[in-house]
Design a protein around this ligand. Structure first.
Ligand code: NAD
Length: 298
């Protein structure tokens, strides 16, 4: 039987801070396929996540279909807005949530991962846009650039720093949203621009990392899903409802569907796929007009 087998592989999933987000579902799917999984969390969210993890709050979510429970090999800190410690402002570095996390930059994380042993899979499941609620016409240069820095350049930097320390034929996956190529009113602050950059960079990085190391780089374009980050934008329930009424498949997207696609893309079964934007959105991207528009006959 054809199956996703990641036995013997070590994966890092960056962007896990609860058991609801897409990163957690990806980590779980990778573990179910047999990979050893480490995660990295953003320092402002990491303390509480570690506390809840230690208390067993996530035990139910960490149960595997096979019966056992998976464990994270390691939990690291990562602020993906920074490539090296010299770039971190002193006040942030010395602040309560950051100061005990060692080197939480992308280069620091890559060095810690390399020292811990071989790595094969790196997942970028993070994004941030300080002005995401502002329309583009009101977005400041600072807000726009911070969205692109945290949500797109962070992936470029991760491939730069992890590419050399991964075993050959490694796999990178990141997460994007359809707002990169179609207008989604409300997804503002330069976040749509960041996702467009992330998708374009996926193609260029696939070429460069493929030629240099044999690594593959793909991006999953996920449908609307009520994670913590998406809920903070403010209208996620309406987006989920809209997709259910208008997508070819009318069930809401699940985090597990994104997780299993990521596991496939990171597996040898996907050895021919790189530079791709893979939609996991129940077909929403294929629609050119809403089904439930006023006066429509369906
Ligand atoms: P989430 O809140 O679970 O994940 C986002 C994570 O990014 C959080 O853990 C947060 O702590 C982390 N983060 C924020 N800034 C960071 C930084 N500077 N450094 C390191 N980590 C940082 O939400 P999610 O929706 O699961 O998001 C995961 C990815 O999926 C994101 O790229 C998001 O844009 C993408 N996505 C989400 C949806 C959706 O509807 N939820 C749809 C398409 C794509």
């Amino acid at each position: 039987m054809l199956s996703i087998d990641l036995t013997g592989k070590h994966a890092l999933v960056a962007g896990v801070a609860d058991d609801v987000g897409l990163g957690f579902a990806i980590a779980k799917a990778l573990a179910e396929a047999g990979a050893t999984v480490s995660i990295a969390g953003w320092p402002p969210a990491l303390g509480i996540f570690k506390t809840l993890l230690a208390r067993g709050t996530f035990d139910e979510s960490m149960k595997l279909a096979s019966g056992g429970k998976f464990e994270f090999a390691k939990v690291y800190a990562l602020d993906a807005e920074f490539d090296k410690m010299e770039d971190v402002p002193a006040e942030l570095r010395d602040s309560r949530r950051y100061r005990d996390n060692g080197d939480f930059t992308i280069s620091g994380l890559a060095a810690q991962i390399a020292a811990a042993g071989p790595i094969d899979i790196v997942v970028h499941s993070l994004a941030n846009g300080s002005e995401v609620k502002k329309p583009m016409l009101e977005t400041s240069r600072k807000g726009y650039l911070s969205a692109v820095s945290a949500s797109a350049y962070s992936m470029v930097s991760m491939v730069q720093h992890f590419g050399p320390v991964m075993r050959p034929n490694g796999a990178f996956v990141s997460l994007t949203y359809m707002a990169s190529e179609r207008v989604i009113p409300g997804y503002g602050g330069g976040m749509s621009s960041a996702k467009a950059a992330l998708e374009s960079d996926t193609r260029t990085l696939a070429f460069e990392a493929g030629r240099k190391w044999g690594h593959r780089v793909n991006v999953i374009s996920a449908g609307a899903y009520a994670s913590r980050a998406a809920s903070a934008i403010g209208f996620i329930d309406q987006m989920v409802d809209y997709a259910k009424r208008n997508a070819p498949l009318t069930e809401a997207i699940t985090a597990r569907e994104v997780g299993t696609t990521a596991a496939f893309l990171c597996s040898p079964l996907a050895s021919g796929i790189t530079g791709a934007t893979v939609f996991v959105d129940k077909g929403m991207n294929a629609m050119g007009i809403a089904v439930d528009r006023e006066g429509a006959k369906t």
